[in-house]
Design a protein. Structure first.
Length: 693
């Protein structure tokens, strides 16, 4: 028996981007473990990825191309050859590309975060055809936009410094479930005496292990940040030298923050004025003592109407106290911009025909947009959609409309997948894609600072092919002759990062494949001496760029679309706010079909506060119907004070076909977009709950 260890990377949409050791025996992957030498992974994997072989060798893996033989949504298919599948797809796309290429739409997101299997060959293909662009907004664009308006770049504190912080504020996240390796360092900081504070409407696993949990109303984070500014300024818990040297607009900010007294903030956020004042003092006094404080935001903060502004407001806080001076201080939402990715080389936007019109469709409004007819303002209706690295029927908001759209008989749908997901059931042609163990890739990350190499550990199972190879085949069938369509995965990966950039001067693909990972050359405290990426080079409390975009140039509060305060008429009918954060054993809709993980998760539950349950005569274990004007779904009641009064929590995202009612939480979410960045507003949702008949 021959056995060896292959260096690989977790490909999933998680800030940890773990370095993997894959044990291969006689061509079979027998174990996936964390690389013990990688500083952030430290040999530890989450429960999901530690069972990755269960996913790769799952009995339901798609291994052969298939053609639909039943109605859309029935999931009935017959096996065909690759030649037939490619010929059918090319036969459908060729006339559209010749006459109305905007009728072709890619739909993809972060089923893999790899720069090769994600958006390289695929984007080259769609650019060359002149297809509609997809605005990939469904996760992080609102917060990323607010962050960049304020700091100029998605950079922040290196998590390898976290254990040295004295105050750690976890704002809108549950790292035990979704950022495990950051949490490991938080625990180390706690053992060294750090204070941990969680800000979250829901008392998550993480919040339960913090010293304090502040349970504000969903969508009111920006108001809390303004209240903290108010107290910091009023009580002079400021770093005046840092403010003077490295910020812009402090006097205007002072005036704005003066409006947000602790009492006003408390009324807006549904907390106490004492909580506002004490949090501000804890944060400000940490800076006064010359100690490091870090705010770790996560994406829950920005999935509401004012989500971009909320992140912007929070980003202002470290500059007020000088927290950026410390390697373990400051803030982090994403480290994406630390990586000098060669996006234009990977994706080749220059291939788009210069004489063709362009159109961008927001992935978060896919339900509405796939139902739109041809019009002067929209252009041609979408007639062909190619889905890869995503499962929109399960994950996109206002799911009823998404299903209706994919059920269109005149919509030609191709799905590249590992499994027959909810979306795959609507495919005309279903193509088997390789998993991470079966192909080459290269990764940047958004939670740490390592370039990562994924080596193929095993040969593709069945007739599965990498995304890149599938799009090469389609390009050939469509007679696309540019040299870039012949590049190998290794050749693409070798171009992934810009070696002329100071962060990646040492990048070499051949070496990276051998070592598995290599850290960027980034300063320990990137903003210790200013150097922000904004037009002024400073942290911009006042942003002229925001003013030019028609936004309030100062930190502000933007109320939720759906709340008692902003829409009392709607709240009279649907009085409960609902959020749907990730379940610990799933990652978005990935892993839901792994039996051992689904058994651990149980079944769809809804957490409801005892007070709200009593008003509705709901007992633990009751089957509930959760509904609003957009739709409904069912879940089992968990009566618990983890959900604050007025809030219900449905952990997500279940495959519909694996839920008893064939629905999930996105039946009730809406397609309205955030204040900036065009992001979705999943956590800006009002519902009512009743016992099922």
């Amino acid at each position: 028996m021959s056995s060896n260890i292959v260096r690989a990377v977790c490909p999933h949409d998680c800030p940890d981007t773990c370095a993997l050791h894959v044990t291969v025996e006689d061509g079979v992957a027998t174990a996936v473990k964390g690389d013990p030498e990688h500083p952030t992974t430290a040999g530890v994997l989450c429960t999901k990825v530690s069972r990755y072989t269960e996913r790769t060798y799952h009995p339901d893996r798609l291994l052969y191309p298939q053609k639909r033989i039943g109605k859309k949504g029935e999931g009935k298919f017959a096996r065909i050859s690759w030649d037939e599948a490619v010929a059918i797809i090319a036969g459908k796309l060729r006339p559209l590309a010749a006459s109305k290429p905007l009728a072709i739409l890619p739909y993809s997101y972060a089923g893999t975060m790899g720069l090769v299997q994600g958006e390289s060959m695929a984007q080259r293909f769609f650019h060359k055809l002149g297809a509609s662009f997809l605005d990939r907004t469904i996760c992080a664009t609102a917060g990323g936009t607010g962050y960049k308006y304020t700091l100029g770049t998605r950079m922040g504190t290196d998590i390898e410094q976290t254990q040295n912080a004295r105050l750690i504020v976890i704002w809108g996240g549950n790292p035990i479930a979704s950022n495990l390796h950051f949490w490991m360092r938080v625990q180390e900081a706690k053992r060294k005496g750090a204070r941990l504070i969680a800000i979250d409407p829901y008392r998550s696993l993480t919040a339960e292990k913090c010293h304090q949990h502040i349970a504000l109303l969903p969508g009111t984070d920006s108001a809390l940040a303004l209240g903290l500014m108010h107290v910091l300024i009023k009580e002079d818990l400021l770093d005046h030298v840092y403010i003077n040297d490295h910020t812009l607009g402090f006097e205007q900010l002072r005036e704005r923050a003066a409006e947000w007294t602790p009492e006003r903030v408390a009324a807006t956020c549904g907390i106490t004025a004492e909580e506002v004042m004490q949090l501000a003092r804890d944060y400000g006094e940490c800076g006064q003592r010359g100690e490091a404080s870090i705010i770790r935001m996560n994406y829950g903060v920005q999935r509401v109407h004012g989500g971009g502004m909320a992140v912007r407001n929070i980003c202002c806080l470290p500059a007020l106290t000088g927290a950026w001076r410390h390697a373990a201080g400051g803030a982090q939402l994403s480290l994406s911009d630390a990586f000098p990715k060669n996006t234009a080389v990977l994706q080749r936007p220059d291939l788009f025909p210069v004489d063709l019109p362009r159109r961008t469709i927001n992935m978060s409004t896919i339900g509405d947009d796939l139902l739109r007819e041809t019009s002067a303002d929209f252009g041609p209706k979408v007639e062909a959609v190619i889905v890869y690295n995503s499962n929109p029927v399960a994950v996109a908001p206002e799911s009823g409309k998404v299903m209706q759209a994919f059920a269109r008989e005149d919509l030609f749908t191709v799905v590249l997948e590992h499994f027959q997901t909810d979306t795959a059931d609507y495919a005309d042609i279903l193509l088997p894609a390789t998993t991470q163990l079966e192909h080459i890739d290269i990764h940047s990350t958004y939670g740490h600072l390592y370039m990562m190499a994924n080596n193929a550990a095993i040969a593709p199972l069945g007739e599965a092919k990498p995304n890149t190879e599938i799009f090469r085949l389609l390009a050939k069938a469509m007679n696309l002759t540019e040299d870039c369509f012949s590049e190998t995965d290794d050749e693409i990966a070798a171009q992934a990062f810009n070696k002329q950039h100071a962060h990646a001067v040492h990048f070499d693909w051949t070496s990276l494949k051998k070592t598995g990972w290599s850290k960027l050359k980034v300063p320990d405290a990137p903003f210790a001496n200013g150097g922000f990426g904004t037009p002024s080079g400073k942290c911009e409390f006042y942003s002229a760029s925001m003013a030019a975009a028609g936004l309030d140039p100062l930190p502000a509060y933007i109320a939720p679309y759906e709340s008692l305060a902003s829409n009392p008429e709607l709240a009279a009918r649907f009085p409960l706010a609902m959020i749907s954060p990730p379940a610990r054993n799933f990652l978005n809709s990935t892993f839901v079909n792994v039996q051992s993980l689904r058994d651990t998760e149980g079944q769809p539950h809804l957490d409801i506060h005892p007070q709200d349950a009593a008003q509705r005569q709901i007992a633990p274990g009751d089957r509930l119907r959760i509904f609003n004007d957009r739709g409904s779904f069912e879940a089992v009641a968990r009566v618990t004070d983890k959900a604050r009064p007025g809030l219900v929590v449905g952990l997500s995202i279940w495959w519909k076909k694996l839920a008893s009612d064939h629905k999930n939480a996105n039946e009730v979410t809406n397609q309205r977009l955030t204040d900036m960045g065009g992001g979705p507003t999943f956590y800006d949702t009002l519902v009512e709950v009743e016992k099922c008949a």
